[in-house]
Design a protein around this ligand. Structure first.
Ligand SMILES: NC(=O)c1ccc[n+]([C@@H]2O[C@H](COP(=O)([O-])OP(=O)(O)OC[C@H]3O[C@@H](n4cnc5c(N)ncnc54)[C@H](O)[C@@H]3O)[C@@H](O)[C@H]2O)c1
Length: 234
């Protein structure tokens, strides 16, 4: 029986890195602290330079924690470096437009860049805050410009980033992580990934009312809506 952790990360005997595209640094550092190699991709070269110099640019990660995983956390502006990773977590910005709609331009640009290097067998998870249907209707078609089929050649899931910067009562590890998958196999793989760094992972699938009920108990209204979004967002 191959343990869950290894089952996610290994193809043959190779332990493959994870990747964080513009993801909150806390998630990338948490995965590295769990012993995984993490590639952080950001188009902002200043942030890449800061990470390479061991300087954290977010309050939730002090530079000492960053230094402690410097041998496992690689920062780059090159999407090409994603071709060798196992899973890719995307949290590019989705600023609100005047019409209070999320501007998906950074997501579209990121997805197009990723489609150019996407490999069969990879898992892609969208973490950016966005409206229901974004993953299935916008991200998947862009990733399939790679020629690969979502759900069969590669896996896709959605898991809204929910870390509230500065809060100590709800951290990355203690905030229930809500995950929706394009397929059951996509969901299972994404859940196994987040179980590496989150105490509770709420798998929300089309049959996931139970999970939604479970999640509701832990969540203030705002966050309950996150579940609803996750349920409908894939
Ligand atoms: N930060 C939070 O506290 C928080 C909490 C909950 C949800 N979210 C959501 O997470 C997402 C990211 O938020 P944020 O505050 O981290 O955003 P941010 O504005 O800090 O942007 C994150 C990074 O994305 C990079 N980026 C932009 N376009 C890119 C591209 N095409 N490829 C690679 N990198 C790119 C930027 O250079 C930046 O460093 C948003 O959808 C936000 O709503 C954030």
């Amino acid at each position: 029986m191959v343990s869950c952790r290894r089952a996610i990360m290994t193809i043959g005997n190779e332990l493959r890195p994870l990747a964080a595209v513009a993801v909150g640094l806390p998630l990338a550092v948490a995965l590295a602290e769990e012993g995984h190699d993490v590639v952080c991709v950001d188009v902002d070269a200043r942030k890449v330079e800061a990470l390479r110099a061991g300087r954290s640019y977010v309050d939730d990660v002090d530079s000492a924690r960053l230094a402690a995983v410097s041998d496992r956390l690689e920062a780059t502006t090159r999407y090409a470096d994603l071709a060798r990773v196992e899973a890719i977590l995307i949290a590019v910005p989705t600023p609100l437009t005047e019409n209070r709609e999320p501007d998906l331009t950074p997501l579209v640009e990121s997805a197009r860049s990723l489609a150019g290097v996407l490999q069969a067998g990879q898992l892609v998870v969208l973490e950016s805050t966005t409206y229901p249907g974004t993953t299935r209707e916008r991200l998947v078609p862009l990733l399939e410009e790679s020629g690969l089929a979502a759900g069969s050649d590669f896996h896709v899931a959605f898991s809204p980033e929910r870390v509230d910067p500065g809060r100590t009562d709800h951290t990355l590890r203690t905030t229930p992580k809500v995950v929706g998958g394009l397929t059951e196999a996509c969901l299972e793989r994404a859940v196994a990934l987040y179980e590496l760094v989150c105490d509770e992972v709420v798998a929300v699938s089309s049959r996931g009312r139970r999970a939604l009920e479970a999640a509701r108990e832990h969540l203030p209204l705002g966050q309950h809506r996150a579940c609803q979004r996750a349920r409908h967002a894939v």
